[in-house]
Design a protein around this ligand. Sequence first.
Ligand code: GDP
Ligand code: MG
Ligand code: ZN
Length: 301
Amino acid sequence: MNKEKNLKSGIITEKIAGKLEVYCFEDKKSYLAIPRGKLRKKVKTLYAGDYVYGLNIDENTFAIEDIKERKNLLIRPKVANASKAIIVQTFKKPDFIPFLLDSLLVAYDYYGLDPVIVFNKIDLLNEDERKELEKVKKIYENAGYKVYLTSAIYKEGIDKLKEEFDKDICILAGPSGVGKSSILSALTGINLKVQEVSEKTERGRHTTTGVKLIPFGKNSFIGDTPGFSKIDVLEIMDEKDVPKYFREFLRYSCPYKNCTHTLEENCLVKEAVKKGEISLERYKSYLKMIKKNIPLDELLK
Ligand SMILES: Nc1nc2c(ncn2[C@@H]2O[C@H](COP(=O)(O)OP(=O)(O)O)[C@@H](O)[C@H]2O)c(=O)[nH]1
Ligand SMILES: [Mg+2]
Ligand SMILES: [Zn+2]
């Protein structure tokens, strides 16, 4: 509650074709939201995730008078103030692509979201594949990320994952067809449109178009996002910043302050790759991300 003007507080939960929906914390109810003209002077556009202040005009409408300063704004999809990205992957159907996961980890960290990894559809794995996945899980845990294994359709691992949705706005991210909407349904009981994975491509078609934030637990909101199957981190950040978002690289202080961990001598990151302390796969992803085509044996000689 904004005491000065007796305004109620709320959060924009959805934006469809320019129309805004606001969830009012005091009323525990959603309204159609209409921004006041003077607000447009402060911010051009409001997005899902924006915390706002206003008053009801009638039982269905809420006039927005003011906005709380944004903590961050994610570009794709447009969502404000998200604090965690639950990055959903599968080991099979679709096949796991480490480079895509590594790129998403870098991108979300850069936008100020804490990334968490989920491997879904574990019910599809045989014993050998399950062991392979355990190895992958170790790599990411050693790198400094939390990793969950789930089966949305059998509700396996869902209760444990619930604990991640503890505050603010969390979004489900990752390529399409991995089960983001299914996980959201398993968590909240709300049935969203789930699309069958196309047999031909093993990638589901896009069914989620915008972000809809769903109230969950105590003061927390979950947003389902349309999938990305490709991302070029150099389109969003500078090449020199990429290594800052490889968490395991940060444990090493190379002699060169702005070491790119490529051609520099006495690079401690490269040493760690050679010793197996840093995963070679992760290091390869890094080189691919910064588009360095230097042969590995030259770098790791
Ligand atoms: N076997 C299996 N299939 C799943 C699981 N979760 C989702 N699916 C299926 O995968 C397809 C894509 O799911 P969806 O939730 O739409 O994925 P999204 O595109 O990431 O939102 C659907 O056919 C789901 O039924 C799971 O845990 N196990
Ligand atoms: Mg979906
Ligand atoms: Zn280095």
